[in-house]
Design a protein around this ligand. Structure first.
Ligand SMILES: *[C@@H]1O[C@H](CO)[C@@H](O)[C@H](O)[C@H]1NC(C)=O
Ligand SMILES: *[C@@H]1O[C@H](CO)[C@@H](O)[C@H](O)[C@H]1NC(C)=O
Length: 300
């Protein structure tokens, strides 16, 4: 960058050079899918476009596709803008999730799963939380917008006290640390990689499997842009340093305002849960005659 600026100083005045500098810094900060991710499944079904600022996963009868972050993360905030499969997406699932790979039998995982639908019918956003290998904590919401028309931001804020799933800055689910209070393992020991896959799940996804994939509509395409991770990265093999980074008092996510849902966000969270929540494992008494322990303190 220095050499570009000095060689261009002969033809650009201060103002133009500042504009150029700002542009270069923005380019450096923007998501770069080739730099930040590896393709995990079917490279010929993945497109990286627009100077590596846009990634598209595709699904057809031959294959789905997927990617993984090169980095692993522990605490912080992760944002991705996603535009889901438009049109008749029945039977498709776009999974977007954090997953720890170090100990397969006791892994941690935070899931967003988007269940497609026939044209005009609502997508379902399913979330799930695995701690130490145990999941079965599904919640489902309908979205308050058409997630196929535009990009929307799906975020995970994750710190030693709380995990908050958000959509366009509106919290949709929280998972507080109930390790001490209720003995529920928390996601504070393993760093996680960020994955996404687009796949055929027409055995169960849409109306419980009634609506199958219409392959005449293939390829199905989900698009990703503006990935941002502000987190401790790459401490997966060094637990002591990971903990030191993650719990360091000067990390923004350890400041008091991030330890609970911010007061002006609690009303948004209740708005989502009152109007859009269609399934909550905590109130599924058929499946859980005795609600799991965290259910007594999961929606603060
Ligand atoms: C990504 O790909 C590079 C180059 O093949 C490899 O060294 C690295 O281990 C991969 N990382 C992940 C997380 O798959
Ligand atoms: C699809 O649309 C139907 C009809 O509106 C709805 O019952 C269902 O919950 C929607 N989503 C899925 C994933 O089945």
């Amino acid at each position: 960058m220095v050499s570009i600026l000095s060689s261009s100083s002969s033809f650009c005045g201060l103002r133009r050079c500042l504009v150029l500098l700002v542009f270069l810094v923005q380019q450096a900060a923007a998501a770069n899918f080739n730099q930040d991710f590896n393709i995990t499944w079917a490279p010929d079904h993945v497109r990286v476009l627009d100077n590596s600022q846009l990634l598209q996963l595709t699904l057809d009868q031959a294959s789905g596709s997927g990617f993984v972050s090169k980095n692993q993360y522990l605490f912080g905030n992760i944002d991705m803008q996603i535009k889901l499969v438009p049109g008749n997406s029945a039977g498709t699932v776009t999974a977007y999730y954090l997953y720890s790979t170090a100990s397969p039998n006791s892994h941690d995982e935070l899931d967003f799963e988007f269940l497609g639908n026939v044209s005009g019918q609502p997508y379902i956003l399913q979330t799930n939380v695995f701690t130490s290998g145990k999941g079965e904590r599904e919640e489902r919401i309908n979205l308050w917008f058409d997630p196929t028309a535009d990009f929307h931001t799906y975020s995970i804020l994750w710190n030693p006290q709380i995990i908050i799933f958000s959509v366009d800055g509106t919290p949709i689910r929280v998972f507080p640390n109930n390790e001490k209070a209720l003995g529920v393992p928390y996601l504070n020991k393993q760093s996680m990689s960020l994955y996404s896959t687009l796949w055929n799940a027409d055995g169960w996804a849409t109306r419980g499997g009634l609506d199958k994939i219409d392959w005449t509509q293939a390829p199905f395409v989900a698009s990703y842009t503006n990935f941002k991770a502000d987190a401790c990265t790459n401490y997966n093999t060094d637990y002591a340093s990971a903990q030191a980074c993650a719990s360091s008092g000067d990390k923004w996510w350890n400041q008091p305002e991030y330890q609970t849902v911010a007061s002006d966000d609690t009303s948004k969270l209740s708005w989502v849960r009152q109007n859009f929540l269609i399934y909550d494992y905590c109130s599924d008494t058929q499946r859980n005659p005795v609600p799991p322990p965290e259910c007594s303190n999961s929606h603060i």
